[in-house]
Design a protein around this ligand. Structure first.
Ligand code: ZN
Length: 268
């Protein structure tokens, strides 16, 4: 099993390397596939394969570009290591089952969305609306070829309900918040993101992810608010909180919901 984790980490860090390209290029309207080769964002010099090995190249090159010697952002290494680690967590939770690659896809999407939203305050449609049909297609595959162990969505009805709940609940919250705060409170990107998450997780986990995201947001936001580093009505990207809570619920949400239903006496 140790070798499976090593493989998951190496594969995850390679996916993370691709996500760095996605995070950098998509918001500025550049193609992810052209040019095929990565380039230094400072000097635009192409990066050879041996300088593009996830994590290792960053460390071996002394955190500097080989050509212009300007520092390479730690972010590239962070995204690679984070993706590797989260892929290991998914493997730990779902084991060697078809659920693991399915949730690797969702995890990769959530990581890309998190960092793009942090940088640019947007969630690109090409990621959220791009993954939405993937979730739907996988639900058909699960229905016709399953059942597969560990999958949260086992038929297209569950995926469509997830889409409907994720999309509409966040949309309604956004409408109310807009009236209450007298300004646009919820980005359209957040709504599409949770619609997409719904196709992968089904309606129960998606619905649960919304209050959890508010809780995660509060924990991260409160220290800054107290120390007045940000103003009360300053715009904050909400996508990262939704992404974190979706990821956590994807891993452990069904256990928590069972525990909660037992607590309030609905489940025996
Ligand atoms: Zn350079």
């Amino acid at each position: 099993m140790a070798s499976a984790y090593l493989l998951a980490f190496v594969f995850g860090s390679c996916v993370g390397s691709f996500l760095n390209v996605v995070i950098y290029r998509i918001p500025i309207g550049k193609s992810v596939l052209h040019p095929r080769r990565s380039f230094c964002p400072q000097c635009e010099h192409g990066i050879a394969w041996y300088d593009n090995v996830p994590i290792l190249s960053y460390l071996l090159l002394g955190r500097k570009c080989r050509h212009c010697h300007k520092p390479i952002s730690f972010r590239y290494c962070l995204v690679e290591a984070l993706t590797g680690l989260l892929f290991c967590l998914v493997l730990h939770r779902f084991g060697i089952t078809p659920a693991t690659p399915v949730y690797w896809v969702l995890t990769a999407g959530l990581i890309a969305i998190t960092f793009v939203d942090l940088d640019h305050f947007i969630i690109p449609d090409s990621i959220s609306l791009g993954l939405l049909p993937v979730g739907l297609i996988l639900s058909f595959a699960a229905f016709f070829y399953g059942p597969f162990e560990g999958l949260h969505v086992t038929n297209p009805i569950q995926a469509l309900l997830g889409l409907l709940v994720g999309w509409s609940v966040l949309d309604i919250i956004g409408e109310y918040a807009t009236v209450f705060l007298k300004r646009d409170a919820m980005g359209r990107g957040d709504v599409k993101l949770m619609g997409m998450v719904g196709t992968f997780l089904g309606w129960e986990l998606t619905l649960a992810a919304i209050p959890v995201s508010a809780f995660v947001g509060l924990i991260c936001y409160l220290p800054k608010l107290v120390t007045r580093k940000i103003g009360r009505f300053q715009e904050i990207p909400y996508g990262p909180y939704l992404a974190v809570s979706s990821f956590v619920l994807m891993l452990y949400g069904d256990r928590w919901i069972d525990w909660y239903l037992r607590l309030i006496g609905i489940l025996e």
